[in-house]
Ligand binder design. Structure first.
Ligand code: KG4
Ligand code: ZN
Length: 336
């Protein structure tokens, strides 16, 4: 079965072709980062309009890359939510229309399930069951995964998501949107140990997170060391970035270890934009090796938003027998 996958939930237009036997055949991504950069964040209406401009050309591009034609498509999967409503509608309407024109089924996929399953696109996929840490711009969740569709929420952020905290801390350090990867790059120049940031909610039991206090701590540190232009000197900025990243990564590691112990599992999947963070991966690998457990993640380009994860998740859902009516439905808010 050849599935066309479409992702338009936020600021990336992602399209891919996944074949149930042959694997991923082609994928293409158009990032709107440059479009939104001057506003310091995603402008929803601009995002929708740009998805409209880019989506169909990307569909043609992946078909050409795979030397296939539209007639070869057996099903269409698109992101149904959560995300920006206008952006989601572009993908949903286009996906449904393509499917209807071809007389094939279409299926709406949960964006976070797409992230969750993305590591299965790699050569050594995680075996079920596993614990998953979903860390993106909008979500920080620990989930017990027994099988496809069998998900139990173990804990989540009570306020900001980890990616959101990265982006906000980056803004305080005057880094451009999207700040997460830029802060991570700056942290590499930072001196270890100059600042010690808190590891929130780690001294009490449970698997929930809170990152808003860390954000305030970062702001206070920046303000305390600010020079006349409102920012600390370059080295101090890097030291703050370093301390911030260590605190977020340590906090996530502590909770992941706890979740694995609680579930009696040895496999951890990390997914979503923040799972691209090299320091987080290093720390998790070291911590999990000590407990005889293993961490799985997708290649960098499939950690952040992409069409391949949607094509893959849609294909798994269809193979499991799921089907949908012709209604175009999107869900800007949608618990997994
Ligand atoms: O999964 P994603 O692409 O979109 C959402 O579904 O939210 O995640 C985007 C988030 C942003 O907050 C971005 O700053 C963060 O992931 N991110 C990173 C890194 N790469 C992306 N955060 C820290 N380190 C990175 N290397
Ligand atoms: Zn995402």
């Amino acid at each position: 079965m050849l599935v066309l996958g479409i992702e338009t939930s936020c600021d990336e237009t992602g399209v891919a072709l996944y074949h149930s036997e042959q694997g991923l055949l082609a994928h293409a991504l158009y990032s709107q980062i440059a479009l939104h950069a001057e506003y310091g964040g995603v402008v929803p209406e601009l995002a929708s309009r740009d998805h409209i401009r880019k989506l169909l050309p990307l569909v043609d591009e992946v078909l050409e890359k795979a030397s296939l034609s539209k007639a070869d498509i057996d099903a269409v999967a698109y992101t149904k939510g959560p995300g920006l409503i206008g952006a989601l509608l572009v993908g949903a309407c286009t996906g449904r229309a393509i499917a209807m024109g071809l007389g094939v089924p279409a299926i709406g996929v949960h964006h976070m399930e797409g992230h969750l399953l993305a590591p299965q696109l790699e050569d050594s996929p995680p075996p079920y069951p596993f614990v998953a840490l979903l860390v993106s711009g909008g979500h920080t969740q620990l989930i017990e995964v027994q099988a496809l569709g069998e998900y139990t929420l173990l804990g989540e952020s009570l306020d900001d998501a980890a990616g959101e905290a990265f982006d906000k801390a980056a803004k305080m350090l005057d880094l451009d949107y999207p700040g997460g990867p830029r802060l991570a790059a700056m942290a590499e120049q930072g001196e270890a140990g100059r600042f010690k940031f808190p590891r929130p909610m780690c001294d009490r039991p449970g698997l929930d997170f809170s990152f808003s206090g860390l954000k305030t701590f970062t702001l206070n540190t920046v303000t305390k060391h600010a020079l006349d232009d409102g920012l600390p000197d370059d080295q101090t900025c890097a030291d703050i970035a370093h301390a911030f990243q260590e605190a977020v990564a340590d906090t996530l590691v502590i909770k992941c270890r706890r979740a694995l112990e609680q579930c009696g599992m040895k496999s951890l999947v990390i997914a979503g934009g923040v799972s691209a963070n090299t320091r987080l991966r290093q720390k998790l690998e070291a911590a999990l090796a000590k407990m005889g457990a293993k961490v799985f993640y997708a290649r960098h380009e499939f950690c952040t938003d992409n069409g391949a994860m949607i094509a893959y998740a849609g294909c798994q859902r269809l193979l499991a027998g799921q089907s949908e009516t012709l209604a175009v439905e999107v869900r800007p808010r949608w618990p997994m």
